[in-house]
Design a protein around this ligand. Structure first.
Ligand code: SF4
Length: 198
């Protein structure tokens, strides 16, 4: 079987905050179809080959066995990578737990990887009808479908929202009500920090 093709834009070798309860590395996937006004990884948004090949990442992970216990796939939007299921399987085969950071852009692809992940950090952007001004397209329907899949799967998760300044209090109230209606027990709100100039 051919090696998975994964566009890896970068790697953080050690984190204690991106995968709860785990010492982990973060694999940053290259590419995202959305353009959130506050995205802090704009260099990862264009689609492209990435800086590292998947075999290179896998070879490095081999050297981390016994030192780390988890690997996080972040981005960009990791579900843009069609070979993500194979990469997750590779990581599990090395004995690491797996985590995914996603905005729920691709529900069908999320459904395919849920059996392969131990934890999901799911970003909600706004009330589902109000995604366009935040993400640059009408992504709320896909995001809602993805969130429903995640909640139904019973995979450990955190639902979080980076609250941009343009989201008014009334919209936040609608978002909270929508999420509660779907069964979200807790929403972690993060303050939107101004993007540093590069
Ligand atoms: S979905 Fe995430 S990676 Fe994509 S533009 Fe928005 S914040 Fe950036």
């Amino acid at each position: 079987m051919p090696e998975p093709v994964l566009a890896v834009g970068g790697l953080v070798p050690f984190t204690t905050i991106d995968f709860p309860g785990r010492l982990a590395a973060v694999v940053f996937c290259q590419g995202c179809p959305w353009r959130c006004t506050y995205c802090h990884n704009p260099h990862l948004l264009p689609r492209g080959a990435g800086a590292l090949s998947w075999p290179e990442v896998l070879a490095w992970l081999e050297t981390r066995r016994g030192l780390l216990d988890g690997v996080v796939f972040s981005g960009g939007e990791p579900l843009l990578q069609r070979d993500l299921p194979f990469a997750l399987a590779d990581v599990r085969a090395l004995g690491f737990a797996t985590a995914l950071h996603t905005a729920g852009i691709y529900p069908e692809r999320l459904a395919a990887v849920l059996p392969l992940v131990d934890w999901v950090g799911f970003d909600v952007k706004a009330p589902f009808a109000d995604y366009a001004p935040i993400v640059g397209c009408d992504g709320g329907t896909a995001a809602r479908a993805s969130l429903e899949l995640l909640l139904a799967a019973g995979v450990a998760h955190e639902i979080r929202c980076t609250v941009p300044p343009q989201l008014a209090a009334a919209a936040l109230g609608r978002m909270d009500a929508e999420l509660a209606g779907l069964g979200v027990a807790h929403l972690t709100r993060q303050t939107c920090r101004p993007r540093a100039s590069r």
